[in-house]
Ligand binder design. Structure first.
Ligand SMILES: Nc1ncnc2c1ncn2[C@@H]1O[C@H](COP(=O)(O)OP(=O)(O)OP(=O)(O)O)[C@@H](O)[C@H]1O
Ligand SMILES: [Mg+2]
Length: 349
């Protein structure tokens, strides 16, 4: 890694919180009024949805940091993806004590119920889509009915499926969230977001306008752009030109993908690798072929492959991460089958 053009790596990190928020004034105002209501003791629920990289986590983190006299509990559902894990997190946050594992779900529920009777509390469930792959419905139903005058819930959600289709009707109607959608960024907005991060992290005049234009015309998700920019910056001697950026797309994307898979298992990585290998031959592949390729990769590394069923669940997680896209076909000789392709691969290189 060369550090010739980088002066500070921090602003190139995904979780860096920039002071300047590009073009989200209206949404920011709405989120602020949600936070003000909760701070004023009026409990409310919120659903913030939009495709990957639309700024859900950034906007919510910024606005909830202004909460006053409210107990804030932030849970990443990518990491805590079952009702049990989330209840444990909330319970530990509201009591300030770690619990030994092994407590029953109902014990955590009772603790949360008791601790939120008096104190205004906001529970943020970031990336609820991962919880909804498991028993997220039960958790949401429980939260929506627990001390509704004191307990508010804010959800971020990213999926091609409508949120209301994924949760049970009774859950949706008791939760009844204020809904706010974040639209994908335009080329110009991606440019502005990345330009500001580049200004803070790269040496002056080291990034050519054409290079940044190329990135922002190619991708919609600024998170991928950040990784792409960082990898390119690490490879060049004195300046980033459009050709450098073009040459680094694959490695930039790879770096984004591996960061996304960080909290997942070795098998998720092998599975992604299997799809990548198959994609060199054809744009779309089938879940059957993917499973075979994955088994071969396991064999080559002397690892025991997981069952077809578990791999099917892993594929759903890759789909929620928007690393792959899947199309489902029903009926036919094999019942349900899945056509799979990698995301972010329609790049004109
Ligand atoms: N309006 C904006 N102004 C400045 N930076 C932004 C803006 N929106 C997003 N970003 C930056 O882009 C990156 C992606 O944003 P963020 O992680 O908040 O998106 P997200 O919608 O939560 O994505 P995901 O669905 O993958 O969790 C972050 O590094 C964030 O700081
Ligand atoms: Mg997010």
């Amino acid at each position: 890694m060369k550090l010739n053009v980088i002066k500070d790596t921090e602003p190139l990190q995904l979780d860096y919180r920039p002071e300047v928020v590009v073009n989200r004034k209206k949404e920011y105002r709405l989120l602020n009024s949600f936070v003000e209501m909760v701070s004023a003791g009026e409990s409310q629920n919120l659903l913030l949805h939009g495709s990957r990289g639309t700024g859900k986590t950034l906007l919510l983190r910024k606005t909830v940091s202004q909460l006053e006299s409210v107990n804030l509990v932030w849970v990443s559902c990518r990491v805590h993806d079952t009702q049990y894990k989330v209840l444990k997190q909330i319970s530990e946050a509201v009591t300030g004590k770690n619990t030994k594992t092994g407590l029953h779900t109902s014990e955590y529920q009772r603790t949360i119920q008791e601790r939120t009777t008096q104190v205004q509390t906001l529970v943020v469930l970031d990336e609820i889509e991962f919880l909804l792959l498991n028993n997220g419905n039960d958790l949401l139903y429980y939260l929506s009915r627990t001390n509704p005058d004191k307990l508010s819930v804010a959800l971020t959600y990213s999926s091609s499926q409508e949120f209301s289709e994924l949760v049970e009707e009774r859950t949706y109607s008791t939760l009844y969230p204020e809904t706010l959608e974040l639209e994908p960024y335009s080329t110009e907005e991606v440019y502005q977001i990345l330009a500001e991060r580049a200004r803070l992290s790269l040496k002056p005049r080291s990034l050519q306008h054409e290079a940044l234009s190329y990135i922002s015309e190619t991708i919609r998700n600024p998170a991928i752009g950040l990784y792409w920019l960082k990898i390119t910056a690490e490879h060049v001697e004195d300046a980033i030109h459009a050709e450098d950026v073009k040459a680094c797309y694959e490695s930039g994307l790879q770096s984004y993908v591996y960061e996304q898979l960080e909290h997942f298992s070795e098998h998720h990585k092998l599975l992604y690798q299997a799809i990548e290998e198959l994609s060199k031959e054809e744009t779309t592949t089938s879940s059957g072929k993917v499973y075979k390729q994955y088994q071969q990769l396991c064999k080559a590394q002397s690892k025991k492959p997981l069952s077809d069923r578990r791999i099917s669940d892993h594929l759903k997680q890759l789909e929620k991460l928007d690393l792959i896209q899947a199309k489902y076909h029903y009926g036919g000789r094999k019942g349900k089958s899945r056509e799979i392709r990698l995301s972010n691969r329609s790049v004109p290189l």
